[in-house]
Design a protein around this ligand. Sequence first.
Ligand SMILES: CC(C)(COP(=O)(O)OP(=O)(O)OC[C@H]1O[C@@H](n2cnc3c(N)ncnc32)[C@H](O)[C@@H]1OP(=O)(O)O)[C@@H](O)C(=O)NCCC(=O)NCCS
Length: 202
Amino acid sequence: MNASDLTIRPGKRTDDEGKKFAYYMNQASDGGFKKMFGKRFEEIVSKVYLEPNHDLSYETALFAEVAGRIVGMVSGYTAEQYQHFSKDALSRASGRSRFRISFILALIAPMMRFLHTYDEGDYYVEFLAVDGAFGGQGIGSSLLQAIEDRARASGATQLSIDVAARNTRAQRLYKRIGFTVIRRWPCTRWLRANILRMTKPL
Ligand SMILES: CC(C)(COP(=O)(O)OP(=O)(O)OC[C@H]1O[C@@H](n2cnc3c(N)ncnc32)[C@H](O)[C@@H]1OP(=O)(O)O)[C@@H](O)C(=O)NCCC(=O)NCCS
């Protein structure tokens, strides 16, 4: 792939792109979201993607394209935007799966609190994933650069991201471009950390 073949562009408000968003969101969580949401995962996420003003909205997404084909995605928002986001968009889009999803979210509430706690001036990168066949060619770095540009334009003072402690590939990339670990979850002495919060000053 030549660098000139790569385009990074904002998410479009279409059904197809909603499905892509769901796909990369699931990749970013190593398949965790599909397990959590069940069989209707793609349908629910692609529906909620079409709505503005929440963290799974088309407004948060940037897609990477090579020769017109989507090959990766990053999404993010400021701490300030998060405060004003609708918190029930997902529940409304879940329809008959609403109770299952609310129940699971209640079970993982302590982890969700960690993930959704932001520092002042944060621009939070929520999901990042690149197709395996296109890995190691700089697309992840380009997506991060594009979201960093968005973050600077929004007036944010740091980028932040959560990464699974076992995801050493992603951590290596984040460290290389200037992120450091600032918090861990769980943060007790007795349990090994599962999630690392990494930040990069802007
Ligand atoms: C993590 C992930 C997004 C990285 O995407 P990527 O496109 O492979 O990232 P890059 O190509 O920019 O960087 C990866 C490596 O390739 C190297 N690289 C960058 N440009 C390159 C190029 N043009 N040619 C060859 N190698 C290159 C980088 O130096 C980097 O090396 P490092 O691992 O030693 O830091 C991708 O592996 C992925 O989707 N993983 C699964 C989902 C995931 O873990 N998401 C993150 C959740 S927090």
